[in-house]
Design a binder for this molecule. Structure first.
Ligand SMILES: *[C@@H]1O[C@H](CO)[C@@H](O)[C@H](O)[C@H]1NC(C)=O
Ligand SMILES: *[C@@H]1O[C@H](CO)[C@@H](O)[C@H](O)[C@H]1NC(C)=O
Ligand SMILES: *[C@@H]1O[C@H](CO)[C@@H](O)[C@H](O)[C@H]1NC(C)=O
Ligand SMILES: *[C@@H]1O[C@H](CO)[C@@H](O)[C@H](O)[C@H]1NC(C)=O
Ligand SMILES: *[C@@H]1O[C@H](CO)[C@@H](O)[C@H](O)[C@H]1NC(C)=O
Length: 262
C-alpha cells in the first residue's frame, strides 16, 4: 500500500464502548511504540505478507523473490507480517534459530526487503513457544525482526499501524491443549486490557491514516469465515475510532484487506 497525506473525507461516527470494558475496570499499560520515519516527501510504501514460514517449501521462495521485485519497484519502506510466521507450530524456543533462518533470513534475501519487518503472531505461532518471537535472542539473529511485544504501534507521521494480537480472542483455541498462553491467561483480562490500550491509543492518535493489523479476519467468505469474537469485541472499537483499514491474514484466499463497513 502507498500512503500520502490527504483528506480522508470520513464522517465522524458515534462513540461506541465495548460492553466488556464497561464491566471490567482494569489497570492497563500503554502500548509500546516504534517510530519509522516516512520518505522525505512524507509518503510511505508498505508491503504486507502473512502465513508464510515454511523453510522455503510450498513455494515460499518463489513468493519471496516476487516480493523482492515488487519491493524494489515500489521502494518499500518496511514490511508488515500479519502472522503465522512459522509453520506448523511456531518456533520451538528462542534457540530455534535454524528454523528461523531457514524460513526468514535465508528466504527474504532481496535487497529491497532488507528493511524492518513489523510482526504480529498468528495461531500457528501460538502452538509453539509464543514468547520466542519477541526474544532479543531472535532479534540478534536478524535485526530486521521487530516484535517488541505481541501488540504494539508503528508510528510513521501520516499513519499509525496498531498491531493487535488476535489469537487470544478466539474461544475455540482455549479448548486446545497446545496453545502457549503464558503471559496471556486469563483471556478476559488480557483482551479487556488490550482493547483498553488500543482505545486509548486510537483516541490519542492524530495520524491521517489509522490502520489496525491482526492475524484473524473480521469478515471473510473463505474457509475460516468471520471471526465472531473479533466482530463482537474489536470491530466496535475500530468503528468508534475512525479506523480506516483492517489488515489481516489467516484465510488463504487473497481476501486480506477489509475496509471497515460503517
Ligand atoms: C508450487 O507452485 C507450483 C506452480 O507454480 C505448483 O504446481 C506446486 O504445487 C506448488 N508447490 C507446493 C508445495 O505448493
Ligand atoms: C533449545 O533449548 C531447549 C532447552 O534447553 C532444548 O531442550 C532444545 O533441544 C533446544 N532446541 C534447539 C533447537 O537447540
Ligand atoms: C507487552 O504488552 C503487554 C500488554 O499490553 C503489557 O502488559 C506488557 O507490559 C508489555 N511488555 C513490555 C515489555 O512492555
Ligand atoms: C470448549 O469446551 C467446552 C467444554 O467441552 C464446550 O462446552 C465449549 O462449547 C467449547 N467451546 C468452543 C468455543 O469450542
Ligand atoms: C460474515 O459477516 C458478514 C458481514 O461482514 C455477514 O454479511 C455474513 O453473513 C457473515 N457470515 C456468516 C457466515 O455469518
Amino acid at each position: 500500500m502507498h500512503l500520502e497525506r490527504c483528506n480522508s473525507g470520513m464522517s465522524s461516527v458515534a462513540l461506541l464502548v465495548s460492553p466488556l470494558l464497561l464491566l471490567l475496570s482494569l489497570a492497563s499499560a500503554e502500548l509500546q511504540r516504534v517510530q519509522h520515519a516516512p520518505k522525505e516527501d512524507g509518503s510511505l510504501t508498505v508491503l504486507a505478507v502473512g502465513d508464510w514460514g515454511r523453510g522455503g517449501q510450498y513455494n515460499q521462495t518463489l513468493v519471496a523473490e516476487q516480493m523482492g521485485v515488487i519491493g524494489e519497484k515500489l521502494n518499500a519502506d518496511f514490511i508488515i507480517s500479519t502472522g503465522d510466521n512459522f509453520y506448523n507450530d511456531g518456533l520451538s524456543g528462542d534457540n530455534d534459530t535454524a528454523f528461523f533462518k531457514a524460513s526468514f533470513t535465508e528466504i527474504y534475501t532481496a535487497e529491497s526487503l532488507q528493511k524492518p519487518w513489523y510482526i504480529v503472531l498468528g495461531n500457528h505461532d501460538y502452538t509453539g513457544d509464543a514468547l520466542a518471537q519477541q526474544s532479543p535472542a531472535i532479534r540478534e539473529v536478524d535485526s530486521r525482526w521487530i516484535s517488541v511485544n505481541k501488540s504494539f504501534i508503528v508510528e510513521s507521521e501520516i499513519v499509525e499501524f496498531f498491531l493487535v494480537d488476535t489469537s487470544p480472542f478466539v474461544l475455540k483455541y482455549w479448548n486446545e491443549s497446545k496453545f502457549d498462553w503464558r503471559n496471556v491467561a486469563p483471556r478476559d483480562t488480557y483482551i479487556a486490557n488490550l482493547l483498553k490500550d488500543l482505545e486509548d491509543a486510537l483516541t490519542e492518535s492524530k495520524a491521517t491514516w489509522k490502520i489496525v493489523v491482526g492475524h484473524h479476519p473480521i469478515s471473510s467468505g473463505c474457509e475460516h469465515g468471520n471471526t465472531t469474537e473479533l466482530r463482537e469485541h474489536l470491530l466496535p472499537v475500530l468503528k468508534a475510532h475512525g479506523v480506516h483499514m483492517y489488515l489481516n491474514g489467516h484465510d488463504h484466499c487473497l481476501q486480506r484487506i477489509s475496509s471497515i463497513d460503517r
